[in-house]
Design a protein around this ligand. Structure first.
Ligand code: FAD
Length: 476
């Protein structure tokens, strides 16, 4: 009996649910990945994520070869390629792990239907999360819409079901893998129509994930206190790896449970972040409308700014030209590296929606195009949190002051100086608000506001009043 394992966002060999089940139930197992033209069509030729996937697949193939096996890589419409490949390989079943995004659900439904018509099956498994949408419920049996009680119920469920994080081993059954044909090689990035990005996401693949994890474990005890300061390298940077599944979420929770059980603050706080990830995945599945609309329907009536002035402000925000150094440094980090620190995602999202009065949907789409770790559920949840339109969101009358945030979370301006070198010469608090700097400070820094760095495109206090009115109007 032949089977095909379809890798999607689970680019690893260890602790892999679909691969485990395929190996245990089949005589011959093929492994495949499809570069989906439906997804690739919308991406720039030097998209970092495609390069990351490509590099991670090289490692996957290399590891499979160590087992005498190989990875089949196709380029085309995923549903067509998988259905054709299953027929070519005479695979009775295609094994995959659940993907919860609305587009992926539709794709998988099509594959399942077409395989069934051909007398084959699609078998899909929970792998990307510890608990799915129906596993963590309120006492009344419904979904949570507030994080803390969800988290408590999640932890309680894990205590009752420790098997939820047991590893799905693969190595013991590796002999069921189909042997590599002579001359097997993966297509080059260029053959897919892409070119390497000048600043790739490093490190990639399973080994990259472990490298980041090892480094993070050295500093995890400081995570709770250090995680909000973007100048400190205090978070794990594992988001892109969790996005593409180069390491298993179960393996992380296994590791953390021990540490958090020992009452370690850092590990408990980090585990909480992993639970946020599942919380937003649950919200997206339970309420697919959030992809394009507010979680709280009343907020669909917010009248966001539109027209040429709003468009110009949006462009300035995208390009990091708002005149607020922390916001602009954060956008520079995103534009230049594809990453943005969590605190700054909150600050920039708040700035776009509350200071510029522009719809969160526009910002969300910009982040989606730029973030290496782009995940529809977390991005949407984060944006709706900042815009106050989401579940368990920031109350609309609590508005971040971008200068106060800057003083609090980048107190000596180290992050700003790194990403905005034109401001590096500014001494003291002037780094947070150059337009307020004394002439002598500006002179010493050789900086002319308005010439070398933009003047603020909006006055925060006035913007705050407009936002309070914009949201306040909904109550009438
Ligand atoms: P760590 O601090 O090391 O956290 C560990 C892991 O927990 C992360 O890798 C991530 O998987 C998860 N996590 C952490 N914080 C959150 C959170 N608030 N919500 C959900 N999961 C979380 N995260 C994404 O993975 N993809 C996105 O597209 C995304 N967009 C965001 C947009 C906005 C406006 C906001 C406010 C947050 C967004 N986040 C997103 C959440 C968070 O900012 C990133 O997960 C985090 O910055 C990634 O860095 P890290 O891996 O070093 O995180």
């Amino acid at each position: 009996r032949n089977s095909l394992v379809w890798f999607r966002r689970d680019l690893r060999l260890d602790d892999h649910t679909a691969l485990h089940h395929a190996l245990r139930s089949s005589d011959r197992v093929y492994c495949a990945f499809v570069f989906d033209t439906d997804i690739l069509a919308g991406l720039p030729r030097d998209d970092r994520r495609v390069q990351f996937i490509h590099a991670s697949l090289q490692e996957l193939d290399k590891r499979l070869r160590e087992w005498g096996a190989y990875l089949i890589v196709r380029h085309g419409r995923a549903a067509d390629e998988i259905v054709d490949l299953a027929a070519e390989l005479e695979a009775e079943s295609v094994f995959a792990n659940h993907d919860y995004e609305p587009g992926a659900i539709a794709r998988d439904r099509e594959v399942q239907q077409r395989l069934r018509e051909a007398g084959r099956s699609l078998q899909s498994f929970k792998d990307q999360v510890v608990f799915e949408k129906d596993e963590v419920l309120t006492l009344a049996g419904g979904p949570f819409s507030v994080f803390t009680p969800y988290k408590n119920a999640w932890l309680k469920r894990l205590a009752a079901h420790p098997e939820a994080i047991e590893a799905f081993e693969t190595a013991p059954w590796a002999k069921s893998l189909a042997p590599a044909p002579a001359g097997h090689a993966l297509p080059a990035l260029e053959a897919l129509g892409f070119v390497p990005h000048a600043a790739p996401i490093a490190p990639s693949g399973m080994s990259g994930a472990l490298q980041l994890l090892d480094a993070f474990l050295q500093r995890i005890d400081d995570y709770r206190t250090a995680r909000d300061f973007p100048a400190l390298d205090s978070t794990s940077r594992l988001s892109v790896h969790l996005r593409f599944g180069t390491l298993s979420i179960r393996s992380l929770v296994r590791l953390l449970r021990e540490r958090a059980d020992n009452g370690k603050d850092g590990a408990a706080t980090w585990l909480s972040e992993l639970i946020w990830r599942e919380f937003y995945m649950m919200i997206l599945q339970r309420h697919p409308r959030v992809a394009t609309q507010s979680f709280k329907a009343a907020f669909d009536k917010v009248r966001w700014e539109e027209g040429p002035e709003a468009d110009a402000a949006f462009t300035a925000w995208c390009e990091g030209r708002t005149g607020y150094p922390l916001v602009d440094a954060a956008m520079a980090q995103l534009n230049e590296s594809g990453f943005m620190h969590n605190r700054l995602r909150m600050v920039t999202a708040s700035f776009l929606t509350k200071d510029l009065g522009i719809s969160w949907l526009r910002g969300e789409r910009y982040f989606a195009a730029r973030l290496n770790d782009y995940e529809l559920s977390s991005n949407n949840g984060g944006w709706q949190w900042a815009a106050s339109t989401g579940c368990d969101a920031q109350p609309w009358f609590r508005i971040f002051n971008p200068v106060t945030q800057s003083k609090r979370f980048d107190p000596d301006g180290a992050f700003i100086r790194h990403w905005l070198p034109q401001l590096a010469g500014l001494e003291g608090p002037a780094i947070h608000a150059p337009w307020l700097a004394k002439p002598a400070v500006l002179e010493r820094a050789g900086l002319v506001p308005g010439r070398d760095y933009p003047l603020p495109i909006v006055d925060h206090e006035q913007a705050r009043e407009r936002t309070l009115a914009r949201f306040g109007a909904l109550r009438e």
